[in-house]
Design a protein around this ligand. Structure first.
Ligand code: 5GP
Length: 113
């Protein structure tokens, strides 16, 4: 059987995490190693490895995450934030379960490193 990703283990409550939001199809958690005062990870419950692994019928996956992020940040009154998706190890991906980083509450430089 395929080994579960660390995020699936969090979703299944096998390992702990600070859960910010959850619904039927996604979860937003705090990153264990925050790179900004706010550093969330928005994760679809369905285990998709990364953006490259989305299929043509998966439009709703990203839409859903984006709306969940927007709602959470609105709820917290945070207007300025950066969303990052690392796709592939050369791009910095270390957990191969699709996720969107949400970074806020500090000035963020551009271009990113
Ligand atoms: P990536 O490098 O794949 O874009 O991002 C993976 C993120 O997951 C990293 O920012 C890392 O700190 C975070 N992460 C890795 N393991 C855990 C964990 O067990 N719990 C939480 N909350 N975050 C994790």
């Amino acid at each position: 059987m395929k080994e579960k990703s660390i995020f699936s283990q969090i979703i299944d409550r096998e390992i702990p995490a600070n859960i910010i939001f959850e619904d039927d199809t996604c979860i937003i958690i705090e990153d264990i190693s925050p790179q900004a005062p706010i550093h969330y990870l928005a994760i679809p419950k369905r285990e998709i490895k990364g953006i490259s692994d989305l299929s043509d019928t998966d439009h709703g996956v990203i839409d859903h995450l984006m709306i969940a992020i927007k709602n959470e940040m609105s709820k917290e009154g945070i207007k300025d934030y950066r969303l990052v998706i690392n796709n592939g190890s050369e791009a910095g991906q270390t957990v191969f379960h699709l996720h969107i980083h949400v970074l806020a509450n500090r000035t963020l430089g551009w271009p990113p490193g």
